[in-house]
Design a protein around this ligand. Structure first.
Ligand code: FAD
Length: 321
């Protein structure tokens, strides 16, 4: 018996959120005695990259390398993962909470007749039954869900678990799967990319600008700072509504919800709808010229000052590091 982890990858790399899911599975297997952790990866990716999944605690990676298994064919992914689940004969499937993870998990829950909990933040309490803690209301509260099904699916919230890095190499084993044409009937063919090098929902650091930046012509300093930090760029809703920045950078209740290790908010007031998208960040730094700006109440560090003076100086200081 094994715990199975569904691995997501993009541009030849396993996503950090999936490595977190493997770390979670490893800790879970140790706690419940569910045996080894096996990962399943679909589509085109190098075996050398999959071997590294071992560092997070997986002993084996099952790889169905069919090129048609791109991230856009969700139904086909669900079918392939269900077959991997049958093969390992486990009762728990772990994956990262993401738009793909949620879509695959929902289909798997039906296929496997499994209970599903998404946004999980801690190992389940198995002292009496099986109770899972999950984050709700965009990180403002927690709910405890009792799972009573034999098979269980847990989707792990980004940044909620410590990443294990001291495991050995995983072995990579080809996985034969049978997928019907119907599984390829619907397909996501168009996905939006973040501007810059780092995808916003995946980013470990986000540099975000608001209306205080005065206009799109001033975004160079946000991009420069993001580049120095290896960060993704984000913005407040009015900024994307006016067209200063693309809509896929809009962070908040009605936009992307981020959970980076560091969120830097520049010239953003901190309205509740914006905070709803960032309050799972581990550390928030606010730069605003108004000391009464509401964002300061949510900040770990605040700089009261003019962004046009502070940001270039901050960037220079970081570059000199
Ligand atoms: P402003 O409120 O105009 O704030 C600009 C800030 O910049 C001010 O605090 C000011 O002090 C500061 N500033 C000005 N000049 C400088 C300078 N030179 N240096 C430093 N600081 C400076 N908003 C979102 O962001 N995301 C959402 O998902 C979202 N969803 C919404 C959903 C609904 C239903 C509604 C009603 C609203 C939503 N909003 C959302 C809008 C939200 O209420 C705010 O209006 C918005 O977040 C404000 O954007 P802002 O902070 O960029 O602009």
């Amino acid at each position: 018996m094994s715990v199975l982890v569904y691995i997501e990858h993009a541009e030849g790399k396993v996503k950090k959120t999936s490595l977190e899911a493997v770390s979670f599975a490893h800790a879970l297997a140790q706690k419940t005695g569910e045996g080894e952790v096996v990962a399943v990866a679909l589509g085109s990716i190098d075996s050398a990259e999959l071997v590294k999944v071992g560092s997070a605690g997986a002993t084996k990676v099952l790889h169905a390398g069919d090129d048609r298994l791109t991230a856009g064919v969700i139904q086909a992914h669900a079918s392939a993962v269900a077959q991997a689940f049958e093969k390992v004969g486990g009762k728990t499937l772990i994956l990262a909470k993401s738009s793909l993870g949620d879509a695959v998990a929902a289909r798997l829950a039906i296929k496997l007749e499994a209970g599903l909990v998404s946004n999980v933040v801690e190992l389940p309490d198995t002292s009496s039954g099986y109770t899972v803690k999950r984050s709700i209301y965009t990180g403002k509260a927690f709910a405890f869900t009792a799972l009573t099904t034999e098979k269980k699916i847990l989707a792990i919230k980004k940044n909620a678990v410590d990443l294990k890095t001291d495991g050995g190499d995983a072995s990579v084993e080809p996985l034969e799967v049978t997928i019907s044409d119907a599984d390829f009937a619907s397909k996501i063919t168009n996905t939006e990319r973040a501007t810059g090098d780092v995808l916003l929902p995946e980013a470990d650091i986000v540099v975000s600008g608001g209306r205080g930046m005065k206009g799109p012509e001033n975004w160079g300093m946000i991009e420069d700072l993001a580049k120095t930090l290896g960060a993704a760029t984000g913005c407040s809703k009015p900024v994307s509504d006016i067209g200063w920045r693309p809509h896929h950078e809009h962070v908040g209740q009605t936009g992307i919800k981020v959970a980076p290790s560091l969120y830097i908010a520049i010239g953003i007031s901190g309205a509740i709808q914006h905070l709803a998208g960032v309050n799972s960040s581990k550390c928030i730094v606010v730069i605003n010229k108004d000391p009464e700006a509401p964002f300061f109440k949510a900040a770990d560090y605040g700089i009261v000052g003019d962004a046009f003076e502070v940001v270039p100086k901050l960037n220079e200081a970081l570059k000199a590091e």
